[in-house]
Design a protein around this ligand. Structure first.
Ligand code: SF4
Length: 402
């Protein structure tokens, strides 16, 4: 396929991949999905009345429902969002609307958990499709993390190690972090979080995104790549010797985002040839080698604000989820906004939430039935909140994420 991803005034779709079929709900992706069913009498995707039905149900619920739309969501869902943003901003927005009995989170599972943790017990958080997990969050199971901690204890370093977990983690991992003196971080405050952690201890266990951890430790804190080791939860002792664990400053969990992990250094080279003068901006969940070749790095909120404020006539290649990049292109017709990769790179799990699922949950609420409620148990919520509050107490904390 030729010039497929130049945008400007007209967005041209990148080349489809087999994964793109997931957008139509035609396949599953066992590598990146939670593998749970989402039973329910969904309306047919072909129903031409879906937009009207969603609008009618939302209007009937009024202030009782508040719909959160993550930046990576489809347009068909985003049009019904009361607020759009990254995961932390959305969780905060949910907490800021106590009048809303129902929080419908058009995002993924860990985001709905965070919203449940931050909202009052009277508010019910709903995830329209229970199969909307996050491949990165699912790469760190609590049992695996406890095994890792045992390995650190056996190496005699657990007492001097501070866990930092990315927002993109399950509530159980956040609670583990809270119990062990650590904090949550976002992609915009990872540097502050790591610096804080090194004031509390000598080592950091960074979960679950190895790339955000490595990019922050090396680019922002000036550590050497060799100061970081990779803990593989699928290998005995993480695939590390006791000496390697003792020598490391940062122990990176072997997790990654299946969307941002797809960008390669070659993508950067290719787009520079294709679009003269282009400024390459990528998300810090991208591989270290990609970030090193880019001109700028930032969270989704940072990417949006940077390109929005950029001079007319500038050209940008953006390395993050495709729905966001498409909307950026439309919102900035005076600039050229192109996608960093030539092939489709949607978040397949996020995209499981579609109009039929939204209509189903809203019409169920109108009928008095709460479906797909996400609830975090009280003890987990307490300790996860401890880890979140430590992040919020960091100086100048203005979190924004994913
Ligand atoms: S884009 Fe990556 S990190 Fe974000 S929800 Fe999707 S899989 Fe998870």
């Amino acid at each position: 396929m030729g010039e497929t991803v130049r945008m400007g005034n007209t967005f041209v779709e990148p080349q489809p991949t087999p994964l793109a079929l997931l957008l139509l709900g035609q396949q599953s992706d066992p590598d990146s999905e939670r593998g749970v069913d989402c039973p329910g009498e969904l309306p047919a995707a072909s129903d031409p009345d879906l937009v009207r039905r969603a609008a009618a149900a939302k209007a009937a619920l009024g202030d009782r429902v508040f719909i959160l739309g993550h930046h990576y969501q489809r347009d068909e869902v985003i049009q019904f969002a009361d607020v759009t943003g990254d995961s932390f901003k959305l969780a905060q927005q949910a907490a800021a609307h106590p009048e809303a009995e129902y929080i419908v989170f058009a995002g993924v599972h860990f985001m709905a958990e965070s919203a449940d943790i931050l909202t009052s017990p009277d508010q019910q958080v709903i995830l329209p499709d229970l199969a909307a997990g996050c491949s990165m969050a699912d790469m760190a199971e609590i049992g695996q993390v406890e095994d890792c901690w045992s390995a650190l204890e056996a190496a005699g370093v657990a007492g001097s190690t501070v866990p930092i977990t990315y927002m993109n983690s399950t509530a159980a991992i956040k609670a583990f972090t809270g119990r062990h003196g650590g904090a949550v971080c976002t992609s915009s405050n990872a540097e502050r979080s790591l610096r804080w952690a090194f004031e509390q201890g000598e080592k950091v266990l960074f979960l679950p995104d190895q790339h955000l951890g490595r990019n922050t430790a090396v680019r922002d804190l000036g550590l050497r790549p060799a100061d970081c080791v990779l803990y593989n939860p699928n290998r005995p002792n993480g695939g590390l010797t006791v000496e390697q664990i003792r020598a490391a400053k940062v122990i990176l969990w072997k997790g990654h985002c299946s969307v941002h992990g797809r960008f390669t250094p070659e993508c950067v080279d290719e787009v520079r040839e294709r679009v003269p003068g282009v400024i390459v901006m990528v998300h810090p969940e991208c591989q270290y080698e990609v970030v090193a070749k880019a001109d700028a790095v930032g969270s989704t909120e940072r990417i949006i604000s940077t390109i929005t404020a950029a001079a007319p006539g500038t050209a940008w290649a953006v390395g993050t989820e495709l729905n966001l990049v498409k909307r950026l292109a439309v919102a900035n017709p005076d600039k050229e906004v192109v996608y960093l990769d030539r092939t489709v790179c949607y978040c397949s799990t996020m995209n499981r939430i579609d109009l039929p699922h939204l209509v189903w949950v809203l019409e169920s609420l109108v009928a008095g039935t709460v479906v797909n409620r996400i609830e975090v148990d009280a003890d987990t919520a307490h300790w996860a909140r401890v880890a979140l509050d430590r992040m919020l107490a960091l100086p100048g904390a203005t979190p924004a994420k994913d």
